[in-house]
Design a protein around this ligand. Structure first.
Ligand code: HEC
Length: 160
């Protein structure tokens, strides 16, 4: 309990500081931060999605662990890292920072936020289903999470 309170305090402090911290983040660091969060989302969502589509056998423990990790990682909110100046690759950065973000993110911020909110809602439902242990509900919720990933990528990621 004590640790939990401490953790809560740290979170509250971090939230208060975030405006300053994100205003100062370098574009190349912002690009890498959002891509890293996305990448870890995909690592956790991969097995969940494959089980939901019955491409691999259902294993409740693995499903639940990945769904709950996805919830935690999504809570880092990758959309905070689409800061001004990070709409194009950064040349000369220590590690080259390419980006697949398209300009709509900055020209249609409300639409982008709606896509984020939709995903937050679907991931919340997936985590609730995982906690309930109902296999059917878990698989259905996983499908909706995947649709929300795809919907945002269709609108806001450069087509390859
Ligand atoms: C709100 C919009 C949005 C949602 C929702 C979203 N993504 Fe993304 N994702 C993006 C954008 C934009 C990029 C391109 C970022 C860049 O290159 O700067 C991206 C990039 C990625 C990448 C490539 C990262 C890299 O290494 O370059 C992966 C993998 C990914 N997303 C997985 C997912 C998964 C899995 C989900 C669902 C659980 C998801 N995304 C949901 C917007 C979204």
């Amino acid at each position: 309990m004590k640790n939990f309170v401490k953790f809560g305090t740290a979170l509250a402090l971090a939230a208060g500081m975030s405006t300053i911290a994100y205003a100062q983040i370098k574009p190349e660091d912002a690009i890498r931060a959002r891509q890293s969060i996305m990448r870890v989302n995909a690592i956790n969502f991969g097995p969940v999605s494959a089980m939901a589509q019955e491409k691999i056998p259902f294993n409740k423990d693995i499903f639940v662990a990945n769904a709950l990790r996805l919830e935690s990682v999504w809570a880092m909110n990758p959309t905070r890292f689409f800061v001004p100046g990070s709409d194009k690759p950064v040349a000369g950065a220590r590690i080259a920072a390419f980006t697949d973000a398209n300009g709509e993110i900055w020209s249609q911020p409300e639409k982008f936020k709606a896509a984020y909110d939709k995903e937050t809602q679907e991931i919340g439902k997936l985590a609730a289903a995982a906690r309930s242990g109902d296999e059917k509900a878990m698989k259905a919720a996983a499908g909706d999470v995947g649709k929300a990933c795809k919907a945002c990528h269709d609108d806001f990621q450069v087509k390859k």
